[in-house]
Design a protein around this ligand. Structure first.
Ligand code: SF4
Length: 682
């Protein structure tokens, strides 16, 4: 049989590495790196190397399923699609359009996300559409949009080779974004770049750091304000940049005056002398990059954390040039694209606000509907609360697994079970799909054409290597078919390139993007016209909003802090070996072999106090639930803090986490809640 090599993009993290899927007939037989790809340059991490394996897994959904009692019975597509279209229509008619909600997916293509938001808005008349960006970088989207005018990574992955200094805060980069982590390590080892690491855990990058400190969980705003205080005290701010490029500096100066290094040491536990030294290094670097991830965003003060970092970059003139900037590392392969395509409750594609009548008119005209809903919809976290309260009656979920990924999953599971109608479209029968009335078998990244947009805003082609298993279908076809069965005639596409052409015509930042221009290694938005080369660095000469706006932000305490009953701080996160709810990595033998079960990291001091040895089972309880996991005794966590990876459905860390939300971004505080530890036999 002929062996084929199909160039496509890794389905895991936001690095967006290029790879070849090797196939024989409709079976994937391997993965090879793309040597000329600008991000991965011939390398892949362990997840990328093994990204073909789950596609072939025998548990893939291959037929539509209809609920039958406690289980499911196979059905045909005709019946399943009619059931979804008519149930959503009937509930919308009976209870109003906002009784229905849609969860799109950061694993789907841009084209599919565009269709999901079109389905919600044009067909079902609601802005209740969201996706898992709500759980990872909603704070970035909201925070940077206000300060800079654009809520995306300011620079490019290639810029990591130019920076003289990296300030990494709240990002376990080598585990979460391995190819970017490697660039940082190489810059330190090969070019002598300086590295400052602030993280509550001793992460891998600490080995290479010029300076590192473990801040108290949730103290980031105080810490960054302290850095700015030290910079201003030493007169190291860039006065010319501040005067020419920014506004609101005096308010910032007043606010950070209260964050002396000594006070910040009390709040954050970072020694005052380290804070002053980090401030001196960062401000004094020629080209300094801030790199952050969910350690900053997943807090009730997530937006404030992001804006504090933006303030720091503007204070020192470290934004708007190659090798500098504020660089949020986006989690999923296409979480950037799902946001860009408007799978969000308040904006359509290109961050155009639904509240703007001109935007609604433009889209309504293009989509052939009389009007579009004007009231911003509910965020994913609010959709689940609505389901629990009975105001949301039906949800169509594609490629997301909130029964494991959302905070306080007992609450989420109760909410899902209360719905009048739930449709889930996925490649495996996930924990969420088990609550569904209809399950639709979907396509993996290897089985469709489309585009993903990585963390540096690079829109890249995804190519079909093999056919879907059994009767499973490409997601864009399924979404369009539901729209047709709901009586809408505006989703007739022969190929995803036609969907992108429509999206580009309505979305200025994607205006110059078309499939023929993406043939090699993609384009970075903004790309407003057919001859525009794309934009590797944002905010050159001026910010997207004009002047950069300083947003002075005070420190506020986390929603739940330890007490006598729950004396430990729990933080959650991801591992190098796994991805999100393990629906794909848990079905990849190499990754499962290396990390098959859940654990809790506990410090040697706390282990000694509790009389716990490595490998012993521990019960971890919060006010919301209990899990029993293996103890991993390690210096990575400080005494008083514990850490649990959230991947494992059978010991779901999110049974413990709290659904306290950032008031602006509506992102949950996954990074902090209070827990109690007990020996499992006790
Ligand atoms: Fe895939 Fe990310 Fe690994 Fe690259 S770094 S191979 S995109 S998981």
């Amino acid at each position: 049989m002929e062996t084929r090599h199909t160039h496509t993009i890794c389905p895991y993290c936001g690095c967006g590495c290029g790879l070849y899927l090797v196939s024989e007939g409709d079976t994937l037989t391997g993965t090879l790196p793309s040597s000329r790809h600008p991000v991965s340059r011939g390398s892949l991490c362990v997840k990328g190397w093994n990204s073909h394996e789950f596609v072939n897994h025998p548990a893939r959904l291959a037929r539509p399923l209809l609920r039958e009692g406690e289980g499911f019975a196979p059905t045909d597509w005709d019946r399943a699609l009619n059931e979804v279209a008519t149930s959503l229509s009937a509930i919308s008619k009976r209870h109003g359009p906002d009784s229905v909600a849609f969860l799109s997916s950061a694993k789907m293509t841009n084209e599919e996300n565009y269709l999901m938001m079109k389905l919600a808005r044009a067909v079902y008349g609601t802005n209740n559409i969201d996706h898992c960006a709500r759980l990872c970088h909603a704070s970035t989207v909201a925070g940077l949009a206000e300060t800079f005018g654009s809520g995306a990574m300011t620079n490019s992955i290639g810029d990591f080779d130019e920076a003289d200094l990296f300030l990494v805060i709240g990002s376990d980069t080598t585990a979460q974004h391995p190819l970017i982590g490697t660039r940082i390590v190489k810059s330190v080892l090969d070019r002598g770049a300086k590295l400052i690491v602030f993280d509550p855990r001793t992460i891998e990058l600490v080995k290479y750091a010029t300076l590192s400190a473990r801040q108290r969980n949730g103290s980031d705003v105080a810490l960054v304000n302290g850095l700015m205080n030290a910079i201003i005290t030493a007169g190291l701010q860039d006065e010319a940049y501040i005067a020419a490029r920014t506004e609101g500096f005096e308010e910032l100066r007043k606010l950070v005056a209260a964050y002396t290094p000594e006070r910040v040491e009390e709040l954050s536990s970072v020694p005052a002398r380290d804070l002053v030294e980090a401030a001196r290094l960062y401000a004094g670097a020629k080209k300094a990059m801030i790199v952050y991830a969910m350690g900053i965003t997943q807090h009730v003060s997530g937006v404030e954390g992001v804006q504090a970092l933006a303030n720091l970059a503007m204070l020192t003139g470290h934004v708007g040039f190659p090798g500098t900037g504020v660089n949020p590392l986006r989690g999923q392969n296409n979480v950037q694209g799902a946001c860009d395509m408007g799978a969000l409750p308040d904006v359509v594609s290109g961050y155009q606000k639904v509240a703007d009548p001109a935007v609604r008119e433009k889209f309504a005209k293009a989509w052939g509907v009389p009007r579009l809903p004007d009231k911003p919809g509910l965020a994913a976290t609010e959709i689940m609360n609505g389901a629990a309260a009975g105001t949301i009656k039906a949800i169509y979920i594609v490629g997301e697994n909130p029964a494991v990924s959302d905070p306080d999953t007992n609450h989420v599971r109760k909410a899902l079970s209360k719905l009048e109608f739930l449709a889930v479209q996925d490649i495996f029968l996930t924990e969420t799909a088990r609550f569904a009335h209809v399950v639709l078998p979907a396509s993996s990244f290897a089985e469709k054409d489309g585009t993903f947009t990585n963390t540096e805003r690079r829109c890249q082609r995804v190519r079909k290597a093999v056919a879907c298993p059994g009767e499973a279908r490409e997601d864009w076809r399924v979404i369009a078919d539901i729209a047709r069965r709901a009586g809408y005639n505006g989703m007739n596409y022969a190929h995803p390139s036609e969907i992108m052409a429509e999206a580009a015509s309505l979305t200025p930042i994607y205006g110059g993007i078309s499939y023929d221009r993406l043939e090699t290694f993609g384009l970075q938005w903004p790309c407003p016209g057919a001859s525009h080369p794309g934009t590797p660095v944002l905010h050159v000469e001026k910010f997207t909003r004009g002047k950069g706006a300083f947003k002075p932000r005070d420190y506020k305490a986390p929603a739940e802090t330890p007490d006598a009953e729950y004396p430990f701080v729990l933080s959650t996160g991801r591992l190098y070996w796994h991805w999100h709810t393990r629906s794909m990595t848990g079905r990849t033998s190499t990754l499962e072999r290396e990390s098959p079960d859940c654990f809790v990291e506990i410090s040697p001091a706390d282990a000694k106090t509790l009389g716990v040895r490595k490998g012993e089972k521990l019960k971890v309880s919060s006010r919301r639930g209990t899990i029993t996991v293996r103890a991993e005794v390690t210096e990575r966590v400080k005494a008083g803090s514990v850490y649990v990876p959230f991947h494992y459905g059978e010991a779901a860390a999110n049974l413990l986490t709290i659904a306290a939300l950032d008031p602006v971004a509506k992102i949950p505080e996954f990074k902090i809640c209070a827990v109690r530890l007990e020996k499992a036999g006790a």
